[in-house]
Structure formats: C-alpha cells, structure tokens
Design a protein around this ligand. Structure first.
Ligand SMILES: [Zn+2]
Length: 375
C-alpha cells in the first residue's frame, strides 16, 4: 500500500476501507480521476485547495462521499457498489431489442418483454439487498451487440465521472470547509445519509444543487473534449461514439440523467424534502438539463463552438423519455410521464426554494470557496 492508500484506508475503514480487488475499469478510473484532480486544482484561482486523495471503497452499497481528514487533506471515496449498480443498469438497458434503437444493432438483442425476474422493484430494495457482485437474487444481463456493450460501459464511466465531479465540487467550492466551520459538522455525501440535524435542510440542498451544477459544467467540457469530428479510431464503435460534440453531450446527459434517476424511485413527491439532503431527483434532473444548455450556450459564444442548442435540447428530452421508458421496462415500475413536460418541471416549488436558499448562503460560502462560485 502506498502512503496515500494507507491514509485513505484508515479514513474509510468504517465504510469498508480501500477496494483492492483487480478491476480494469477501476484501475483506469483511478488514473483518469487523478488527472481530473489536477484539472480541478487549476480552477482554484482564489486560493490553494487542500490535497485531495481519491479512491474506491470496498462497499457494495450505492454511495460516494467527500470529507476532510484535516484542514489540509480532503478525501473522496466512491463505493464500488456504485460501479456495480451502474454497470448493471446500463447493461440491462442496452440488452433490449426495443430500446435505444439508434445504438449499434439492436436487433441482435434477445430481450423484448419487460423481464423483471428476480429484479428489484425499486432502488430502495436494491440498496437494501446491496450485494450485486455475488448475488443469487438477480439475473445478469449483458448486451449481445458489441457496440451496445461498449456503449453501456461508456455510460457507466460517464456516470462515475459525474459523481466524481460532484464530490470534488463539494471540496473546491468550499462546501465542506463551510459546514465544518459554521456548523462544526463533518460533511458526508452518502446518498442514503441521515440528515445531520444541526445543518438546515435548505442549506444542504442548496449546496447539493451547487455541486450538481458545477459537476455538469465540468462534464460538459469533458464531453466536448471527448469528441472529435475527425477522429480516426480504428474501432468502429469508438469512432461512432466520439465523433460529434452533440453526440458526446447527449451521452453525457443520458448518463447523468440515469444516475440521478437511481437516487430515488423517480416519483414526483414533495415528501422527499423532509428526508433527503438532495432535492428530489426530478428537480435535480431539470436542473442539470437547464445547466447543460446554459453552459453550452456560454461556451458557444466564448469559443465559437457552433453546437446546435435547439437540436441538443430536443434530443435531451427524447433521451430523458427513453431513459424513463427503459427504467420502466427494467424495473416494472410505471412512470408518470406527465412529469416530463417542461411546464410541470418548471413549476416544482422546490426548484425555486433551492435557488433562494442558494442566494442566501452564497455570500457566506465565498469565504470558504477555492474557486469562483456560480452567480
Ligand atoms: Zn453531494
């Protein structure tokens, strides 16, 4: 174990400790996220950020967190269960011959009817059952078509990238130092977290919104950098996936949308406000849509990117619906598609409340942020 791994292991021992099993994607992501830490540090133009240690945790639950070891050391931990769950859900989505028809050759897939044998009925069950790695409860699916299989792991990687960027935003935007100093409370970001009573719920939800928006901005840049109209990847699947900016952004959007989808059962309920440190996932989903469009609009103007916004927006709604449809087929849960028109989204009271809370805490947060905060 390196010194950093040892620090990480000690810090996360109650969560499960350092994940040490060999896993190709995990190895790749460790490397990839360590470069992202450097990139995020470059955004810290206000003051020098703490040293950040990232790794995976040997825990099969769905979760991730950012926290401070001391004022100079920050830790980001991603539960390995998060990777298992995302891999499973994206593999299943692409294993149906009537879903995502524009990806690879869907006709090669054998599933068509909702096939929920041994499948969880909602994500809470999945959290409780937890263990996806060696589990007799679930069937394991994998797309037959190579391009679709590749696309599923591509989406898993993008989802984990979003979660990582969300966590690192909690650090560089000063959230963790803020909570520690003002409320003398450790900031954890487990998705099942009980709310720490000392911190007002609205404050937490506003910080979560800020982390989501910062992560979307980072992911937008990552997606644009992934794309290259003149790419000469010899692998056809790779070539098709990374050709257009719009395509890369839509893949990123789909991955983030599904990630947020998994964090609740997707119902449009206000009760969530009393339990969760995050806003309801519907609210988060609309926030990421809006943020992505606004940021692309900004980048278009700054860098003459010529990304078609009307096309992007229309396709995003299409992807969102497709994603919900896939979730419906996979889990057997019916979705209220009414919740998908813009008006319905926009009127969600919590969207407004969260924004108001954000405006209130922003001046206090500035003292702790290492980077420039959103206006
Ligand atoms: Zn968070």
């Amino acid at each position: 174990m390196t010194q950093e791994e040892s620090i990480f292991n000690d810090f996360t021992v109650n969560h499960g400790g350092l994940f040490t099993t060999q896993d190709i994607m995990v190895t790749h992501l460790r490397h990839y996220f360590s470069r992202s830490i450097e990139w995020n540090k470059e955004k810290c133009i206000v003051k020098r950020p703490p040293h950040i240690i990232f790794n995976f945790i040997d825990n099969v639950q769905f979760g991730a967190f950012a926290d401070l070891k001391n004022k100079d050391y920050a830790i980001i931990g991603l539960y390995i269960g998060t990777k298992y769950l995302l891999t499973d859900i994206f593999n299943r989505m692409l294993s149906y011959n009537n879903l995502f028809l524009d990806i690879g050759d869907a006709s090669k897939e054998i599933l068509s009817e909702p096939s929920i044998r041994n499948f969880y009925t909602n994500t809470t069950d999945l959290f409780e059952f937890g263990n996806l790695k060696q589990n007799e409860y679930y069937d394991y699916f994998q797309p037959i078509d190579e391009t679709r299989h590749f696309f599923a792991s591509h989406l898993t990687k993008l989802s984990l990238t979003f979660i990582f960027e969300h966590e690192i935003s909690h650090i560089i935007n000063g959230h963790i130092h803020y909570i520690k100093t003002i409320f003398d409370k450790s900031f954890t970001d487990n998705y099942n977290a009980e709310l720490p009573l000392k911190v007002p719920l609205r404050t937490y939800q506003a910080l979560e919104m800020d982390a989501d928006c910062s992560a979307v901005n980072s992911c937008t840049i990552i997606a644009i950098n992934n794309s290259n109209p003149n790419n000469d990847y010899p692998d056809k699947a790779m070539k098709n996936l990374f050709t257009s900016r719009e395509g890369a952004l839509l893949d990123m959007f789909l991955a983030i949308y599904m990630t947020l989808r998994l964090m609740g059962d997707g119902r449009y309920r206000l009760e969530y406000v009393n339990h969760d440190v995050h806003a309801p996932n519907r609210v988060r989903q609309v926030q990421i849509m809006t943020t992505l469009i606004e940021y692309v609009d900004y980048l278009n103007k700054e860098h003459n990117l010529n990304i078609s916004l009307p096309y992007l927006e229309a396709k995003m709604y299409e992807r969102a619906r497709e994603c919900e449809r896939a979730y419906e087929v996979i889990t057997g849960n019916t979705i209220n598609f009414d919740a998908f028109n813009k008006e319905y989204y926009a009127e969600h009271p919590l969207a407004g409340i969260t924004l108001e809370s954000w405006k209130k805490i922003r001046p206090d947060l500035m003292e702790f942020s290492f980077t420039n905060l959103a206006p």
